[in-house]
Ligand binder design. Sequence first.
Ligand SMILES: *[C@@H]1O[C@H](CO)[C@@H](O)[C@H](O)[C@H]1NC(C)=O
Ligand SMILES: *[C@@H]1O[C@H](CO)[C@@H](O)[C@H](O)[C@H]1NC(C)=O
Ligand SMILES: *[C@@H]1O[C@H](CO)[C@@H](O)[C@H](O)[C@H]1NC(C)=O
Ligand SMILES: *[C@@H]1O[C@H](CO)[C@@H](O)[C@H](O)[C@H]1NC(C)=O
Length: 405
Amino acid sequence: MALVGGAAEILMKFKILLSLILWINTFALSQAYEHPGQYRYPFIRPASSFTEPPSAAESRGASKTYDYIIIGGGTAGCPLAATLSQNFSVLLLERGGTPFANGNVSFLQNFHISLADTSQTSASQVFISTDGVINSRARILGGGTCINAGFYTRASASYIKRVGWDAKLVNESYPWVEKQIVHRPELVPWQRAFRDSLIEVGISPFNGFTYDHLYGTKIGGTIFDRFGRRHTAAELLASANPDNLHVLVHATVQKIVFDKTSKRPRAVGVIFKDENGKQNKAFLSKRPRSEIIVSSGALGSPQLLLLSGIGPKADLEKLNISVVLDNEFVGKGMADNPLNTIYIPTNRNIKQSLIQVVGITKLGVYIEASSGFGQSMDSIHWNNGIVSAEVSTMFLCVCLVYSNE
Ligand SMILES: *[C@@H]1O[C@H](CO)[C@@H](O)[C@H](O)[C@H]1NC(C)=O
Ligand SMILES: *[C@@H]1O[C@H](CO)[C@@H](O)[C@H](O)[C@H]1NC(C)=O
Ligand SMILES: *[C@@H]1O[C@H](CO)[C@@H](O)[C@H](O)[C@H]1NC(C)=O
Ligand SMILES: *[C@@H]1O[C@H](CO)[C@@H](O)[C@H](O)[C@H]1NC(C)=O
């Protein structure tokens, strides 16, 4: 009898568990596009969860203001928000969603699938330059690290000097990133052959595995781990002070708000649209060193400055945007790296790999390779910039040759 009683009890527990699972499922379905794990950290929320301070006039000095508002949660915005949140209150605004539960972003074998997805919710947004080159930019927390080929290297000493950074501080900062998201790659056969070929044609010396920027051939870092899982800049938010940071996703900033009462206009807040199309305003605290930081990418940053009234006066007036600051350089002088690709079709099954080995010549030419992302008749087709072979071959190896100076 004891056995039967025990079985009944187990059955009852099972029923409770089952109804709990069903309830969780219903709950999940009612949450529209939300996936479990999508928000990973409690400080990441959809933009619609934002509650505005009672009125714009009260807001500066009222409770909900920030020492820093960072526009753009990409490769720069995420680590910046994590660092500043140690000592200051920070609001990070990102127009895209999160990468955490997105298989297109998370796995190496989906690299091309992400680039091919041209839908509104894709992590990658296709654009065409004025001279007709197809390219992609990121639209997701983690930015370019969610859609690029994941190669990691330290900057060259000459670059650090040119941009005027503190070389010692830069050196001290590298391990912070490297410990969290960078891995040593396990070379696949194609990458080993590519390394040997570079050395054979004289891209020397061979520097082995190193993060340093050195002339010759080297094995660099990768943000893909040995299981082919991508680790993005969004993971650097793990280092944030959770009490000081708010991250809003699906928050599209439309304009920076300026206080024009003093002689020099001062950026005091932002207007952003949430995922339901509702407009919200967020403001800086009165701390004298409060700042709005624009880290919206090479295209997004000048675009936002222009929309906010910073740029060439004539261009702004043509669009009826009131001029805050006349600056002739905003939105001008943009250029990408010239790039040549060589495709090597093969009907053998080649293991997929992205950039692991690089050859760097003294002329500033970079030679890289990837493999296994071919297009067959029934595979996904795409035509996005650097990986745009319109060929019907099973497997493919690609050499990228580009110049950086
Ligand atoms: C935070 O403040 C402390 C004390 O002033 C300082 O030592 C530390 O470097 C600051 N951290 C950051 C990330 O700025
Ligand atoms: C992944 O990509 C496919 C096709 O490119 C698309 O249909 C799908 O919605 C994408 N998934 C996510 C989570 O974005
Ligand atoms: C930074 O590290 C590199 C090696 O990675 C070294 O060559 C350079 O001298 C260091 N710079 C400073 C200022 O410590
Ligand atoms: C230009 O802006 C002014 C005021 O901001 C507005 O009254 C006017 O209708 C706008 N004109 C156009 C063509 O959008």
